[in-house]
Design a protein around this ligand. Structure first.
Ligand SMILES: Nc1nc2c(ncn2[C@@H]2O[C@H](COP(=O)(O)OP(=O)(O)OP(=O)(O)O)[C@@H](O)[C@H]2O)c(=O)[nH]1
Ligand SMILES: [Mg+2]
Length: 142
């Protein structure tokens, strides 16, 4: 399994995915600080939301093989900038989360916005129904 760092807004589903990737029980816990869990670096959403923390995210990414930009499909708020994947020292892939709650339109919009960041490839997943999870896991195992 690649060592990955998860980035994304508060409550987009980073910790839930982190628990899934590491075979842990799915329990809600607000992330307060950078946390290494097995092969995953989980980050607090505030690192993306507050621009003064962004540099910390970029520096921490050098510890990982891959960064995942997560975007909650049900949220109109989009915190990434076009081309932002290029700021990171390792490859960046995208993950649209909460596919179980989103409309087709929301899924398409979230995917298009992630594409603009330069993240590739892009997956759509649900941590509730597990849809899309097998494809993401296969990619992370490569
Ligand atoms: N329906 C649904 N809910 C989800 C999914 N993924 C996460 N959630 C819920 O979204 C909420 C926030 O999830 P977290 O994984 O804690 O979010 P986070 O990105 O780690 O948030 P911070 O730690 O605050 O940055 C929790 O109540 C999760 O159960 C999903 O795929 N589908
Ligand atoms: Mg969290």
């Amino acid at each position: 399994m690649k060592k990955i760092m998860l980035a994304g807004a508060v409550a987009c589903g980073k910790t839930t995915l982190c628990q899934r990737l590491n075979g842990l029980e799915q329990t809600y816990k607000k992330t307060q600080a950078l946390e290494v869990v097995g092969t995953t670096i989980d980050t607090p959403g505030e690192y993306l939301e507050h621009r003064s923390f962004l540099r910390g995210l970029v520096v921490t990414a050098s510890e990982a093989d891959l960064v995942l930009f997560l975007q909650d499909a049900t949220q109109d708020r989009f915190l990434y900038s076009p081309g932002m994947a290029g700021m990171f020292p390792v490859p960046v892939a995208g993950v649209v989360t909460k596919a179980d709650l989103a409309t087709e339109r929301q899924l398409r919009d979230a995917r298009e916005m992630l594409e603009l960041t330069g993240a590739s490839p892009i997956f759509a997943i649900s941590s509730v129904t597990q849809e899309g999870m097998a494809d993401l896991l296969a990619f992370l195992e490569q």
